[in-house]
Design a protein around this ligand. Structure first.
Ligand code: GLN
Length: 211
């Protein structure tokens, strides 16, 4: 294998780069060996096997996704089974239903959940806590919440992955979709990205096998 092939051997992962902390995600994914690209246009989305939707501001991300002609291609990719991991605003984008949205705000949908925006109050009510997430191993996950959403209800197609001590759900998965209310990309916590990359790898493997 030549050097060029080795460099491109990792899974091809995009980070939606319309707005928000996409650089932090790109950094973590590259550290984990993924072949990372930033996605702002439909052609860039078509070139990746998985996508991260970062934290930021979902109202802005929604407007930009529609303005850039990305919202429909993103919905189609999600419906086709592309692995997608959304953090915070990214989780909001993946939710089928949102509460406390601004007028006209749309999501991409896919996750059978109801998510409430800014559920923990304003910026100065951001907080950090440790979460037990058995799916990721015995070591607790240090979670940073920044004006994060909460998953108010989980429909039958989705599964909660993490809850706060008071029982509120802050991480969910459904097939190839994964969402967290918090930001592993800024704490050196790589296990969610690994979990996501496993899905991307198995999907690109099965796609190359099936032609
Ligand atoms: N409050 C933001 C929103 O509604 C999300 C915050 C974040 O991604 N850190 O989109």
């Amino acid at each position: 294998m030549g050097a060029g092939e080795a460099a491109s051997a990792g899974p091809r992962v995009g980070v939606l780069a319309l707005q928000g902390d996409f650089r932090e995600h790109a950094h973590v994914l590259a550290r984990l060996g993924a072949h990372v690209s930033l996605v702002r246009r439909p052609e860039e989305l078509a070139a990746v096997d998985g996508l991260v939707i970062p934290g930021g501001e979902s109202t802005v991300m929604d407007k930009l996704a529609r303005a850039y002609g990305l919202a429909e291609p993103l919905r189609a990719a999600i419906a086709a089974g592309m692995p997608v991991y959304g953090t915070c605003a990214g989780l909001i984008m993946l939710a089928d239903t949102i509460l406390d949205a601004i007028a006209g705000q749309q999501t991409l949908g896919g996750l059978d959940v109801v998510v409430r925006r800014n559920a923990f109050g304003s910026q100065n009510q951001s907080f950090e806590t440790d979460l037990d997430i058995p799916a990721l191993g015995a070591e607790p996950v240090h979670a940073v919440f920044i004006r994060g959403p909460v998953v108010e209800s989980v429909g039958p197609r989705a599964t909660p992955l993490a809850t706060l001590a008071d029982g509120r759900v802050v991480a969910v998965e459904q097939g190839n979709l994964l969402g967290t209310s918090f930001h592993p990309e800024i704490t050196g916590e790589y296990r969610f990205h690994e979990y996501f990359l496993d899905r991307v790898r198995s999907r690109s493997l099965s796609r190359s096998r099936n032609g």
